[in-house]
Design a protein around this ligand. Structure first.
Ligand code: FAD
Length: 321
């Protein structure tokens, strides 16, 4: 019998792995929206997330506000930003410039995305990148050129994953092949598109692991507290909301009842993902904190504060359960 390896006997590694917590924010579109967003940011900061992701308009439509928000997060908060970056409609030269700008502000994590193609059916810009996979490879090339500046460290590169078929993809199996290709090109982790049924995340995890995908696949969970938003996001992402959830939200007697139904459905979905082996939860906040915090209160994620102690639940009005 071979002696136990250092890894087997290392005391810290026998503990259950900590569960990651992260939020998605988008750059504000007006001064009033910026004010609301900063209230949200301060509230979310109290929960000590591992990172907050900042979306990016396809073709760089909101590039300046995205970079400004990231810069301010780095300068004025304890939060670690994960910068979304899309490649559709941009040449490698333009994208290398943006990646350099992000690294100069202190960003060390990028979510590499293709972005949605323009709705008007315009042909792709000559020389622009085609797929997220191309962007990952470009990020790794920029990283190599700057390895001394990064102290030879790495940029954490995330990618999108799809529990339900991507609207342009021929099949869910093809989506997993694409995820595997993104891993081979240098992706470190994936965050999923919004989904509505517990089995959709569990199935993705099973199919991805079977195909050889080993990177963490973090479920992207949307608080189902607004019927309008559930429907809108379904349209935008091409993911059909679960009809029974829509019916329950629509028939709620009051806003408070709708909130209770939405939070409870979200917590069930997140708990099912954790049971299936999710390494963390990424909450789509829509720049509002209350629903995210309500979900978090009921989730009781096994997490530790930065001082090493178990976190105290933040006292706030509880929803009736
Ligand atoms: P890709 O991985 O490039 O896939 C796009 C399509 O091409 C898929 O159908 C895929 O099957 C196919 N494909 C990919 N590679 C190949 C290949 N080598 N050969 C053949 N076919 C291939 N959009 C934004 O504009 N801004 C954001 O900030 C943003 N954030 C997001 C965050 C998350 C967590 C998620 C899940 C999505 C986000 N999106 C965002 C939406 C995303 O840009 C769209 O879903 C887009 O349509 C696809 O992006 P992708 O990175 O998955 O592209």
């Amino acid at each position: 019998m071979s002696p136990p390896s250092l890894i087997d006997t290392h005391p810290n590694l026998s503990d259950a792995a900590p569960v990651a917590l992260s939020y998605e924010l988008f750059p504000p579109r007006s001064p009033a929206a910026a004010e609301t967003l900063w209230t949200t940011i301060r509230e979310l900061e109290t929960t000590e997330p591992d990172y907050v992701s900042v979306t990016y308009g396809a073709s760089g439509s909101n590039r300046d506000t995205a970079v400004q928000l990231i810069n301010r997060l780095l300068l004025e908060t304890t939060l670690r930003p994960l910068a979304h970056l899309t490649c559709v409609g941009n040449t490698p030269e333009e994208l290398a410039g943006i990646i350099g700008q992000l690294l100069d502000t202190g960003v060390r994590g990028i979510l590499a995305l293709r972005g949605d193609r323009p709705q008007d059916g315009a042909p792709p810009v000559a020389g622009s990148l085609r797929y997220a996979q191309d962007l990952i490879e470009l990020i790794r090339r920029v990283e190599q050129r700057r390895s001394a500046l990064l102290c030879a460290g790495k940029i954490a590169v995330g990618v999108a994953a799809y529990p339900t078929r991507h609207p342009e993809s021929p099949s869910e199996d093809h989506d997993v092949e694409v995820l595997l290709a993104k891993q081979r090109s240098g992706a470190d982790f994936a965050i999923t598109q919004v989904y509505f049924r517990a089995e959709q995340y569990a199935d993705l995890l099973t199919r991805a692991r079977r195909a050889g995908v080993t990177i963490p696949i973090i479920p992207g969970v949307m608080p189902f507290t607004s019927l309008r938003r559930v429907k809108r996001l379904g349209e935008l992402s091409g993911v059909e909301p679960a009809p029974e959830l829509v019916a329950r939200l629509a028939s709620a007697d009051s806003d408070l009842e709708r909130l209770r139904i939405g939070v409870s459905a979200t917590v069930d979905l997140a708990n099912a993902a954790l049971d299936a082996g999710a390494p963390g939860i990424h909450l789509y906040t829509f720049n509002e904190h209350q629903s995210a915090l309500d979900v978090l209160d009921k989730l009781a994620l096994p997490r530790r504060s930065r001082t090493g102690s178990r976190r105290e639940a933040v006292a706030r009005p509880q929803l009736a359960s």
